[in-house]
Design a protein around this ligand. Structure first.
Ligand code: PSU
Ligand code: MN
Length: 309
């Protein structure tokens, strides 16, 4: 940790928790800067932090502000991220130049995992992760989130992946990379807005304690890398599958027509889907992230309890 202090600011609440090895849950910032409109982004970010606290853990929202890695944000910093237009999407390869250039960065799943591990945080709650894009056999477009999951010891609680991706190929790639994929209370791998994707997970887990035992075992054995805990959107907030499917088809055609490439692909598809599905997708999105924050906090507490023994 010492050689990182020149780059990182950890807020007091998180630092206290880390010092005593108390449960901490990391939260990402892409959701705030790119994932939702203002003011829903800000109210959701605050709600997520409170949900983590109510479930016995300390929240650590992660971002880069003026070149400093922030682990835990002040209310002013949250507000700044929620309203600033100049926040850049930062995955692994973007980290050096955003920090050296003293710029603002919203962390993706990959970079939030990297900073979580540096700080000693094992649980991370988000919405959806990146994966293998449709047509990847020609475009080679496979998210850096997957290679991060292969090497960085952080468990990611998410609502699966959106079908802007090829879900089957994403699951195959995760198998190749040795990343366990668990269904939380389900055998079905969820597809973000909806509870099923047509694909199964190979392991179902039903309790935070069961999950914590598996995580401890993995990392005790030096089986480096992350874990995906796929937690389906609560039934009451599930979106209409056909509305989502139509929006995704349109978004994919528009991305192709506009020759969108590289790191712009995912933000382009996400914003098109958001635009085409409006309020319905936003409501599902907020509900599922809150549910993920709750489950991540419970697993962090369970992990603390078994590591204490
Ligand atoms: N998928 C979603 N919502 C998101 C993302 C992906 O359903 O917000 C964001 C996350 O930050 C994820 C990143 O880590 O996009 C992946 O981008 P790329 O495909 O360019 O690696
Ligand atoms: Mn990509």
């Amino acid at each position: 940790m010492n050689r990182f202090v020149d780059y990182i600011d950890i807020n007091d609440e998180v630092l206290d928790a880390l010092r005593f090895c108390n449960p901490v849950v990391a939260l990402e910032s892409t959701i705030i800067s790119h994932g939702m409109p203002y003011p829903d982004n800000l109210s959701t970010a605050k709600d997520l932090e409170n949900i983590v606290r109510q479930n016995g853990a300390v929240p650590a929202t992660i971002a880069i502000i003026k070149g400093r890695i922030k682990i835990g944000l002040t209310p002013e910093e949250l507000e700044y991220l929620a309203t600033s237009k100049d926040v850049i999407k930062v995955s692994r390869r973007d980290i050096p130049h955003i920090i050296a250039g003293e710029l603002d960065g919203a962390t993706t799943v990959a970079s939030t995992m990297i900073f979580s591990r540096i700080a000693g945080i094992s649980l991370f709650a988000t919405g959806g992760i990146g994966g293998v894009h449709r047509g990847a056999e020609r475009s080679f477009d496979i998210s850096a989130d997957l290679t991060e999951l292969a090497q960085t010891n952080v468990a990611v609680v998410c609502a699966g992946v959106k079908s802007i991706l090829d879900i089957g190929l994403t699951l195959e790639k995760l198998e190749t990379l040795g990343v366990p994929v668990f269904g939380y209370g389900t055998e079905d791998f969820p597809s973000f807005y909806t509870r099923k994707s047509g694909f199964k997970v190979d392991t179902r887990i039903d309790t935070p304690e069961e999950c914590a035992r598996i995580l401890k075992t993995k990392w005790d054995l030096d089986l480096d890398g992350g874990v995906i805990i796929a937690n389906p959107v609560p039934e009451a907030f599930e979106a209409d599958q056909s509305v989502i499917d139509t929006a995704i088809e349109i978004a994919l055609v528009e991305a192709q027509r506009n020759n969108i490439r590289g790191k712009e692909v995912t933000p382009f598809l996400l914003s098109k889907v958001k635009e085409l599905t409006g309020g319905e997708s936003l409501e599902a999105n907020i509900a599922l992230v809150k549910h993920n924050a709750e489950v991540a906090a419970k697993i962090a507490v369970a992990l603390y309890n078994i590591c204490e023994k």
